[in-house]
Design a protein around this ligand. Sequence first.
Ligand code: PLP
Length: 714
Amino acid sequence: MDMTPLQLIKNEYPNLPPQLSGLNDLSNNLWWSWHPAARMLFKKLNRQAWKESSHNPVLMLRQVPREVFDSAVQDPQYMRHYNSVLAQFQKDLDPKEGWLSENMMNPNHFPIAYFSAEYGLHHSLPFYAGGLGFLAGDFLKECSDLKVPLVAVGFMYPGGYVHQHIREDGWQEDFGRLLDREAASISKVLDNDGKPIVVKVPLIEPPIYVTVWKIEVGRIPLYLMDTDIENNDLSNRKISEYLYIGDVEQRLRQEIVLGIGGSQVLEALGITHSVLHLNEGHAAFALVERIRDRLQGGMNHEKAFEEVLNTSVFTTHTSVPAGHDVFPFELMEKYFHAYWPALGLDRESFFRLGIHPDWPSSGFNMTAFALRLSGYRNAVSKKHSKVSRQIWQPLWPALPEKLVPLDFVTNGVHVPTWIDPKMLLLFDKYLGPQWLEDHDNPALWELVDDIPDEELWKTHYWLKIKLIDAIRERARKRWAEDRINSSLVLSGGTLLDHSVLTLGFARRFATYKRADLIFHNLERLKKLLNDPWRPIQLIFAGKAHPADDPAKRLLQKVFHAARNPDMGGHIAFVEDYGELMAQYMTHGVDVWLNNPLPPNEACGTSGMKAAFNGIPHLSIWDGWWIEGYNGKNGWAFGKKEIPGDRDEADAEAIYDLLENEIIPLYYAFSGEGIPHAWVKVMKEAIKSAGQKFSALRMVKEYISKFYANALKKP
Ligand SMILES: *Cc1c(COP(=O)(O)O)cnc(C)c1O
């Protein structure tokens, strides 16, 4: 099929002189977000404008006056920096070379299509709720670095996910903030006549239309659908308004648009894909759209199902039942009655594709559906594959649990995104300047031992001060600008002290993550917080889903502790957790705390981000930590299975570890003020993360386990 010559409306900046026109290209490609030298190029132009734009180059370049650009052009040092960044940018986008085409795949293959309901790419693009989104965002960036031929599809949610303020009584207040689509690194996709492209979601009545935006993630195009256009009635316009709509019918419509509309968008753009990869079940209707497409092209029924099976990859991301979407049959009937005939199926046989045999009447289960139609299936950690095989064994009644065809690829994080630039410089110095290109090589990470303790410790300490400064600055601003009560200013972190051992706990407030576990025995905790010589402090952050009242009650409990003077000002709750605060926290606390109720943590990734920055993990025996813990790189507890309520046992295990191991180790400073034994644990954390938990290792594993095989099939 011919590529339709598409145009994009790109951002333009009237003040930008031609000598700096490369800044325009850079601002329109998120490549800048994971290359510190590129970020520095914007920052150096004008620090104040960079800060005020919240690190958004599009917004910033619009606001910077002509004189600023002119003086940059006159500054030879700036221009040298500019030229070097642009040369790297062009080299990275060069389609000719790449690890992948040299090693695995025929570069003439059609691209892999990657579908996800959320993408966490940068805080200026609010298309994420949590871990699933960052996994997808990190995946795209790594595919760009590795030059994997991939195109991605998702939603342009102008409302993003909820924002959070905490009321004086500790209740989470949700509010929306609309994205200014014109002030972000995204471009509108136009048709041949220069008009925004409009695509109709096929066979769905009444019809739904989408328009399309594009984000360039390095070499990877990400197409985002937007239903907020005049062709749609009001309720259709709101389909893409924000992430994870609570109303079940609207949610179904969202998933129809994602899977079926998304496939249609690729077709309208002239993009034929070879392999489909579903990041979680939300987009699983893309599978039937692939089948329908083949039937329409004249393929027989059996072959069409087989071909789709052999070229589709499905990744499941949760072991919590509420994480799997199940739609009532009446609703499915309402939207799909015109669709199943096009698949050569009747009502019953279509519904059978989405039934979990243990709960046949509960509705159409998107995960069961995706598992049945995808020939490559995986969980996101070794433990998660075991749990998932147990949950989904009924789909393969003839097989014993351990033979259920559900593999695993343990998640990893995109190192250039999550490592702090200061830490990056330290690695450049001791791991060699080429370390980033080769960073899934385990031997490389042994060089971490060569970093002098003092340098690593000083870098970490600097990042800790930076975190605490950022938290205080937020609290100060809320006080000065929003006139919040001063007790909220205190609980927001103004009393934090950078000389105190600091534990961080930041993630979605889902109840199974047990954010309140450490408050189980208040007396014991208070003693640790208020110890006059060796105190500890806790920093919490995270949002509850707007409809999740139990999680909001948990948050309220944490918040009340933060404002209770008995805790000595050693607990902070930081509002409105997002990518920016995640960067500060995973770079700047001393210990990353993780205590979900096993076996619910599918993998977890924030602890990996912390580990890459030298922050050891204090975690329960679940998710990635089962593969990650080696006895030297942090602390593990709760290995034993405990039936019934295990909060008490787990909380006591945390206090024991803190009292007997963590606190004494941290405060054992040498005469020069360096805690050498602690720094050894920090180094082990970095080494083990580097050896096993990078997105580089992860993407290569997806390629060798799934993509390479799927591409050999027709
Ligand atoms: C990494 C990340 C997450 C996911 O963390 P988990 O450990 O998987 O819960 C959530 N939110 C943000 C902002 C992140 O950066």
